[in-house]
Design a protein around this ligand. Structure first.
Ligand code: ADP
Ligand code: MG
Length: 251
């Protein structure tokens, strides 16, 4: 098997990393073999697993051909992680003249794909060469969305990028699902925007929503996913339910 899921949305702060880290940890806790590939130079998914400065190599080394992907994989208590750090930002420039640069991640992950049931890629908040690599490498795209006024505006760009990639570099790409994050069901705006998102994406929208939960924002500073930091929090319950829904949809 080895399904690759890009967690993407070119907007920052919508819950990509929180979703990638916690969904990966929750799916792993349900006895699946999981790898999380941090693909954002900010390295937030890496620190979210307490994996900063633990590895010799990062995904940058893999992208520029300085390391084998296997040697960049770290084992954490929850799942395997390929770390990223700020040098990944330079990969964009360094790869600019390299032929086939948009396939680099796909080729690298292809070498370890069979070792896992699911590989999640935490994408950066842009539609540059890094996100392009993720869209080429993945089977599906999971889109976290915050229910705020401009939520749908930037989304058409992501949908267009997916369409473009589908026409050329990755014909099989599909949308895995939409996860509504930082959801506040008491506000009319949230409810209205959620309705619009459902009109646009239909069945793709997960029925489980992630509420705003302060424990989710605290967990990364302790280097733990929410199920380890506070198992009984609403955030932990939500991501565990999203993992169930994810696995159900992938049966
Ligand atoms: P992205 O990766 O899309 O930039 P993050 O996952 O880093 O977004 O989330 C942005 C900020 O919001 C972070 O500080 C994170 O801890 C916080 N956050 C994310 N989801 C929630 C939530 N459900 N409740 C409370 N805070 C959240
Ligand atoms: Mg992030």
């Amino acid at each position: 098997m080895g399904k690759i899921i890009a967690v993407a949305n070119q907007k920052g702060g919508v819950g990509k990393t929180t979703t990638a880290v916690n969904l990966a940890a929750c799916v792993a806790a349900k006895q699946r073999r999981v790898l999380l590939c941090d693909f954002d130079p900010q390295g937030n998914a890496t620190s979210g697993f307490g994996a900063t400065d633990q590895g010799k190599y990062t995904i940058y080394d893999v992208m520029v051909g300085a390391a084998e992907i296997g040697s960049a994989v770290l084992r954490t208590k929850w799942c395997d992680v390929i770390p990223a750090s700020i040098d990944l930002a330079a990969a964009e420039v360094e790869l600019a003249t390299v032929e086939g640069r948009e396939r680099r991640l796909k080729e690298a992950l292809g070498r370890i794909k069979e070792d896992y049931d699911y590989i999640f890629i935490d994408c950066p908040p842009s539609l540059g060469v890094l996100t392009l690599n993720s869209l080429v490498a993945c089977d599906t795209v999971l889109v976290p969305m915050q229910c705020e006024y401009y939520a749908l505006e930037g989304l058409s760009q992501l949908v267009n990028s997916i369409r473009t990639v589908k026409r050329s570099l990755n014909p099989k790409i599909d949308i895995e699902g939409i996860v509504l994050t930082m959801y506040d069901g008491r506000t009319n705006l949230t409810i209205q925007v959620a309705e619009e998102i459902k009109k646009f994406f239909g069945e793709k929208v997960y029925s489980t929503v992630v509420p705003r939960n302060v424990r989710l924002s605290e967990a990364p500073s302790h280097g733990m996913p929410i199920i380890a930091y506070e198992k009984t929090s609403r955030g932990a319950e939500a991501y565990s339910a999203i993992a169930d829904e994810f696995l159900r949809r992938n049966r």
